[in-house]
Write a protein that binds this ligand. Structure first.
Ligand code: PLP
Length: 447
């Protein structure tokens, strides 16, 4: 395949790469100039030619403990030989219960129930259905409206793109997205550009929820879903007091608050969950990615006990929540999850971002004088550097910076013209320097 990739680079295409229709990828560009990762360990990938690449984005915000960690590898290998699959519909296996228990031990107080899925997108669908069903089982079935936020990303399934606020999704699939509304996003560069950590201005953006309550009547609204930090739409940090105010408004009107912690979960912000970092407890929390360190697909919804308990009425032989996936709590994923949580605990990774965020902030904000930089945003081990788009070519400058960094041994991610950094939580200070230096050099080369 490496040879095929090299050939493709010169010939402009190769049959060996033809069949895989790649997700969220510029397929034609990729297949002309493939970037094939062949091996990984700790903070690094190696490409098919053996070139070392520093991982500045934890794969896709998921490999929080670094790559191919021995305990996680061994746990998956052993589990594959011990119990390959077990249904969790009317059956169970011990690791599923053990992992759920361990997750609740690091979750915010009162969030004592875990429903397993296989991805962030599935976690979002599950949480939205749970919210609707919760109101219904309590006799408030008229609460059917879901509220998301502009610039929200909640995965790619229909519920998630409905509550999400990404224009490309809404344009393409809009006809399917009825019955939801959106509060405004919190991005306000006029007041908040180059804020270090949480922006000072914008708690009042939460009041937009009151506007929607006035429009639809709060008794029709089931839930509000937001990412504590929006990652995929350009690293948007919640203004000071914003999440608190959302919580207050939800409480006032009996609306459930869902935090989508798919990227913020498992240590990204310096606590196990952003809910703890920002001191706001939601009713439901969606997670995935870092739950298994990305090693086996798995997601979960973490629910307040009171949500779960509301379902536990009626005849005991009946299924209380009519939902689940064949692979919910897959044994390999559970084994990976348990070994991941053990690795996080042994190495103090779920709070390690606290020690490193100062350096990341300082180095990142020094980029404000680099060419085309119009904003720098940071929190915990998340960084965003927004570039001015080229006139008529939105996203192209960002993409070229991504390619330049990759050519120079650092993997970052770009969404539009915003560079996102979310390295594994094992990163060392010198590697933070290497990432930022590589980005700076790329900004100097990319016009
Ligand atoms: N929610 C958020 C906040 C995400 O960032 C993502 C993925 O990046 C998802 C949901 C979707 O997760 P998945 O790609 O595992 O379906």
């Amino acid at each position: 395949l490496a040879a095929a990739a090299a050939a493709a680079a010169t010939t402009g295409g190769d049959a060996a790469l033809d069949a895989f229709w790649m997700p969220f990828t510029a397929n034609r560009q990729f297949k002309k100039s493939p970037r094939l990762l062949a091996k990984a360990s700790g903070m690094h990938y190696w490409d098919a030619d053996g070139r070392e690449i520093l991982d500045g984005c934890a794969g896709l915000w998921c490999v929080n403990a670094g790559h191919t960690r021995p305990k996680i590898v061994a746990a998956i290998q052993a589990q594959a030989a011990e119990l390959d699959f077990a249904p969790t519909f009317q059956m169970g296996h011990p690791l599923a219960f053990e992992l759920a228990g361990q997750i609740t031990r690091i979750a915010p107080a009162g969030m004592g129930k875990v429903f397993f899925t296989n991805s962030g997108s599935e976690s979002v669908e599950t949480a939205l259905k749970m919210a609707l069903a919760y109101h219904r089982v309590r006799g408030e079935g008229q609460r059917t409206r879901l509220i998301g936020r502009e610039r929200g990303y909640h995965g790619v399934n229909f519920g998630g793109i409905s509550v999400g606020g990404i224009v490309a999704n809404r344009k393409m699939f809009g006809a399917m997205l009825a019955g939801v509304d959106h509060i405004r996003h919190t991005h306000d560069p006029a007041r908040n550009a180059f804020s270090v950590g949480q922006p000072a201005h914008g708690a009042d953006f939460a009041d937009d929820l009151e506007r929607l309550c006035a429009l639809h009547d709060p008794s029709t609204i089931a839930a509000v879903i937001v990412e504590p930090i929006a990652g995929s739409t350009g690293v948007l940090i919640p203004p000071q007091g914003y999440l608190q105010r959302l919580r207050e408004i939800c409480d006032r009107h009996g609306i459930l608050l869902i935090f989508d912690e798919v990227i913020t979960g498992f240590g990204r912000t310096g606590q196990p969950f952003a809910a703890q970092t920002f001191g706001v407890t939601p009713d439901l929390m969606t997670v995935a990615k870092g739950l298994t360190n990305g090693a086996v697909p798995m997601g979960a919804v973490i629910a307040k006990d009171m949500i779960h308990d509301a379902f536990m009425d009626g005849p005991e032989h009946l299924i209380e929540f009519f939902h689940g996936y064949t692979y919910s709590a897959h044994p390999l994923a559970c084994a990976a999850g348990l070994a991941t949580l053990q690795t996080y605990a042994e190495e103090g990774l779920l709070t390690r971002a606290q020690q490193l965020q100062g350096q990341l902030a300082e180095r990142l904000h020094a980029l404000r004088d680099a060419p085309n930089v119009i904003d720098v945003r940071n929190y915990g081990l998340v960084g965003g550097v927004e570039l001015a788009p080229r006139p008529g070519e939105p996203g192209k400058r960002g993409f070229e910076v991504f390619l330049d960094c990759y050519a120079n041994g650092v993997l970052i991610r770009t969404t539009g013209d915003t560079i996102a950094m979310s390295p594994p939580l094992i990163i060392e200070p010198a590697q933070i320097d290497q990432i930022v230096d590589t980005v700076r050099a790329a900004l100097g080369r990319v016009a």
